[in-house]
Design a protein around this ligand. Sequence first.
Ligand code: SAH
Length: 315
Amino acid sequence: MTATSSTGSKTPSSEPRASSRPGTLPARPLRWIEIAVPAHAEAVEAVSEILTRVGYNGIAIEEPLEPSPHAEHLVKAYLIHDSAARGRVRAVREALGHLQAFGLGPIGTLRLRRVEDEDWLESWKASFTPLRIGRFLVRPTWSDADPGDAIVLELDPGMAFGTGLHPTTQQCLRALSVLDIMGKTVADIGTGSAILAIAAAKRGAASVVAVDIDPVSMRAATENVARNRVAVTVGRGSAAEVPGRHDLVLANIVAPVLQQIAPDLARCTAAGGLLVTAGIIAAAEDETVAAFEAAGFRSAGREQDGDWVSWRFGR
Ligand code: SAH
């Protein structure tokens, strides 16, 4: 395992992206284009990945007010309105077209809007208000919202995942709110922004190791760990690369990957330990649970939020 540091973003692919550069705003006012794509819950991640390729400072996801499997999310990116903008918008349209050809949940019509510089920054920041999830308050670094009795997770957006907005992340944070973590050893597989690893560390884990196959995620994770002043070992790889066995293993990744790495997850979960999984779309639930059972896990609890299912497994 190797460790690294710096900034970055996350999506499910392992492709590094030239987006997400928090803190590097241009010196003079620029004109911006806002791209907004309505997307069904199932398509949000894939649409986010496409917009992350062109978005300056990552993307924003607006969730529906009423959680329902049919409600539309709105995925937004901002790009500089320069001579290359037209080509970038065309590339996004093409990529979204390909996505629809794969039938990955309905995607609405792409909307474009011109935005002035100051408006852009403010509207981007306004998309990210502090979010209370279980015992945690996920707070952007520019916010001074009073945490009250909550445990603060300081995370800046600029990434599709791991800002606490995604229902699967919220499922894991709720689990981390109620589980007894004090003194436990924890492994976070597919750490993204490291949000779950940081949450586990702040709840008193004895040690936390966090891995991701995406080098861009790893850099974001390393930076977020430092910002939150917690001890988390960040490394590149997957469950197979995690040394030792752990009392608590977290894995919020998509169902096909979970099925594939189930035996590795079993190897890094201690006997008597617990695995918390999320990212399982309801349609893939049965085969995913079967893969975990075949790997030696026994089910220890289930939670569903819209189309997303989270399972806990014991060993
Ligand atoms: N843990 C974060 C991020 C989840 S997104 C959260 O709960 O919000 C899923 C992450 O898994 C992505 O960062 C992706 O790069 C990573 N990933 C995808 N396939 C993986 C694999 N086979 N092994 C490890 N990580 C993987």
